[in-house]
Design a binder for this molecule. Structure first.
Ligand code: AMP
Length: 197
């Protein structure tokens, strides 16, 4: 069982998405508040980012936002438990990555995909061994999961690197699986040469 006090969440900022995505995030926010799991996220006020932060706060939970000054200066704000203003996107991501005991990606756009693939890459390179969950509302992550399977079958990704990844449509099941999932630390540099990708 993992200690899951703080969860870093990557999520879309678009408002122009199906109601179902907002409903799933609302459910997730309630579960996180109930389980007393603090949310670390990008500090946004819009889309699924805003929905998650507001729901967790409304249900008595804790939310920390980490936002670059350039974005901070251009958006309106939710009163969060804590807001950390940093200078660069790289600083923001580093802080988000080190702060969470695990990660989840909610449905999102390019920004979310970038954060998800970066943290997944860092696992392969032995920078962490934290679980990575996908909230698979409306089977949103099916094309991403297919792409990963394609990488494995074509030999570009070893299936051992899939260890941290969990995909669930139901928010509560996703969090419960993350809590139960212990991820081995990879050591890419010590694999047999013939087995190395
Ligand atoms: P996307 O998945 O393309 O919607 O991008 C989500 C990412 O966009 C977030 O993690 C942030 O880096 C950034 N972002 C976009 N809009 C905002 C906002 N209003 N406040 C904070 N971050 C934002």
């Amino acid at each position: 069982m993992n200690e899951l006090k703080r969860l870093t969440v990557f999520c879309g900022s678009s408002e122009a998405v199906d109601r179902l995505y907002f409903d799933a995030v609302e459910e997730l926010g309630k579960v996180l508040a109930e389980m007393k799991i603090e949310v670390i996220y990008g500090g946004g006020n819009v889309g699924l980012m805003g929905k998650l932060a507001r729901t967790v706060l409304d249900h008595g939970g804790r939310v920390t936002g980490i936002i670059p000054r350039k974005i901070y200066d251009n958006v309106t704000h939710i009163e969060l438990t804590e807001l950390i203003i940093v200078e660069t996107m790289h600083e923001r991501k580093a802080k988000m990555y080190e702060s969470g005991d695990g990660f989840i990606a909610l449905p999102g756009g390019i920004g979310t995909l970038e954060e998800l693939t970066e943290i997944f890459t860092w696992y392969q390179l032995e920078y962490h061994n934290k679980p990575i969950g996908l909230l698979n509302t409306k089977n949103y992550y099916a094309p991403f999961n297919n792409m990963l399977e394609h990488m494995v079958s074509e030999g570009f990704l070893h299936k051992r690197y899939m260890e941290p990844l969990l995909s669930e449509e139901n928010p509560r099941s996703l969090i419960e699986r993350i809590k139960d999932h212990s991820v081995p630390l990879m050591n890419k540099w010590k694999q047999d040469i013939g087995d190395r990708i």
